[in-house]
Design a protein around this ligand. Structure first.
Ligand code: GTP
Ligand code: MG
Length: 196
């Protein structure tokens, strides 16, 4: 797989705008500001591919990227940003759920991003419950690992599995867009899915 062959395809703000597709899709989901866009940029070595912002709620659309004509990468809007208007929250929730519930698509993996600096939030746990209930394949990327010191890191890695439902059975990848930790692990997982 050529990770440099990545290109932006399209952004959609409404579910009905998303065209049907039979391509393998890997979706990235997580709380607003958790580092989804940064992770995507790091994974594909392209600084400006996905818009990064210190202001939460930047990605308000579903964004599709093509990876080497093989897999479509799907950047979902971040959930749980308090300052967004209720109507916007409803629209985002509809987009995320509507996309994930669309059985006609070949969505092969959800990479759920969880901030390593805090315990998983209620919304993270709701999302994990939803993914388990609907039998979606998913893994967790623990983001911003560079912000933890050695002790915090050890504590985080040992407690995360106890905080989340079925924690012991879920693949957890520590990740940092700063240091590149976790990039290889995620790429290997993507390669495996792409080679089905
Ligand atoms: P929304 O699109 O608003 O949902 O946010 P997002 O999840 O796409 O987050 P984004 O990648 O825009 O990053 C949010 C902020 O966190 C930015 O200020 C990033 O620079 C910072 N950030 C993201 N990943 C990392 C990381 O691995 N380490 C550090 N130190 N900062 C990070
Ligand atoms: Mg984003």
């Amino acid at each position: 797989m050529n990770y440099h062959k990545v290109s932006f395809l399209a952004s959609y703000g409404l579910l009905k705008q998303i065209p049907p597709s039979s391509k393998i899709e890997i979706a990235f989901a997580g709380r607003s500001n958790v580092g989804k866009s940064s992770l995507i940029n790091k994974l594909f070595n392209r600084k400006g591919l996905a818009r990064v912002s210190a202001v939460p709620g930047k990605t308000a659309t579903i964004n599709f990227y093509d990876l080497d004509d093989t897999v479509h990468i799907v950047d979902l809007p971040g959930y749980g940003y308090a300052k967004v208007a209720k109507t916007e929250k409803v629209r985002w929730a509809e987009l995320i759920e509507g996309y994930l519930n669309d059985e006609s698509r070949s969505m092969e993996l959800v990479v759920l991003l969880v901030d390593s600096r805090h315990p998983a939030t209620r919304l993270d746990i709701d999302m994990i419950d939803y993914l388990i209930e609907t039998e979606k394949p998913f893994i967790i990327a623990l983001t911003k690992m560079d912000k933890l010191n050695k002790t915090e890191r050890q504590n985080r890695l040992s407690s995360i599995a106890d905080e989340i439902p079925c924690g012991g059975d879920i693949t957890i990848v520590p990740f940092s867009a700063e240091t590149g930790e976790g990039v290889e692990a995620l790429r290997e997982i993507i390669e495996e899915i792409a080679s089905y």
